[in-house]
Design a protein. Structure first.
Length: 319
């Protein structure tokens, strides 16, 4: 039914058959709780998973064309720069395409909370105070707020700096029945670098080049409107309008009803002074506010002021 969805799972609960059918059914991302690169910390958190299980889950998930997201917790008992480095080393090994880092919280119902109550001789009445949570590091004299902030900064900076290498290392399983999903995977991933979650993170290097390469990898597995659109927009931003027109025309030929491709193509034609050609791509999409404004601009450039005013008024009515 072409429904995109994401899932949360455990690294010890998946296998290749499960992953294959999840991807065929539209799963685009699986999140796994890794917590720490330190086996001792994972043991303390009762996260009974091994490095081998973690590595296998991330390799297979991304092998089948799904983004593998890793959840990490830092600021745990026994946390130190050594355990933070162990987490970084594990990240380098599993190469996640997304990672979220949380500071350890103490929640009611957990063994950690029971230890906290015994240590500080408090009851559940503590929640009658105006507090949102109890951070573990605030109960541990070996940890400080500044140290915790430094841990988090180190983890995030390391992940973002190495992310381009993780993307470069991607290798998908060569099964033709998954080629359409592989094309979708690479085009989605490209968008995160071009205008998605990663676009605004300065520490990630070469985002535009990464996005362009991913869009091209998408097209290696089959035609995808999103990939043609992404490449066309990249070339537009560079001022390479003829190249933008060339790639967008390929996309329009394959996806003649795709509104975004036609509108993007029209913008490139407008930038080369071909306003009549641009109109031929815009007029069929007059229900789109963006297209209406561009139509008005084209008529204005062609000195057809009456028509331009009609579309400017229509645009204002929709604003």
């Amino acid at each position: 039914m072409e429904i995109d969805w994401a899932a949360i799972s455990r690294v010890d609960m998946i296998d290749e058959e499960v992953l294959f059918w999840m991807r065929k059914a539209g799963c685009i991302q699986i999140s796994y709780g890794v917590e720490s690169g330190s086996q001792n910390i994972r043991k303390f958190l009762k996260k009974n998973i091994s490095d081998q299980q973690i590595c296998r889950a991330f390799e297979l998930t991304q092998h089948y064309g799904m983004m593998a997201r890793a959840y990490f917790i830092y600021g745990c008992p026994q946390e130190s720069w050594q355990t933070i480095q162990q987490t970084i080393d594990l990240i380098d090994t599993i190469k996640p395409l997304s990672a979220i880092f949380y500071i350890l919280d103490v929640f009611p119902g957990t063994a950690l909370y029971q230890d906290y109550q015994k240590k500080f001789k408090v009851s559940d009445d503590i929640w009658l105070n105006r507090i949102e949570d109890i951070m573990y590091f605030e109960t541990d004299p070996a940890l400080s707020r500044d140290l915790i902030l430094a841990f988090g900064q180190k983890l995030r900076a390391s992940f973002y700096e190495k992310l381009p290498g993780f993307v470069e290392a991607l290798r998908l399983i060569d099964r033709k029945e998954l080629y359409p999903q592989h094309s979708d995977f690479f085009s989605r991933l490209a968008m995160t670098f071009e205008k998605g979650d990663y676009a605004g993170i300065d520490v990630i290097p070469h985002k535009k080049q990464i996005a362009e390469k991913l869009y091209r990898r998408s097209l290696e597995y089959g035609p995808k409107a999103r990939a043609y659109l992404g490449l066309g927009m990249i070339y537009q931003k560079e001022g390479a309008f003829e190249e933008s027109i060339r790639i967008l025309l390929e996309g329009v030929a394959l996806f003649p009803e795709d509104e975004s491709l036609h509108i993007c193509l029209a913008v490139s034609y407008m930038n080369t002074g071909k306003f009549k050609t641009a109109l031929s791509h815009l007029l069929k999409f007059q229900h789109r506010k963006e297209a209406i404004q561009l139509i008005a601009n084209c008529y204005e450039a062609l000195d057809e002021i009456g028509k331009a005013e009609v579309y400017f008024r229509r645009y204002q009515e929709l604003s």
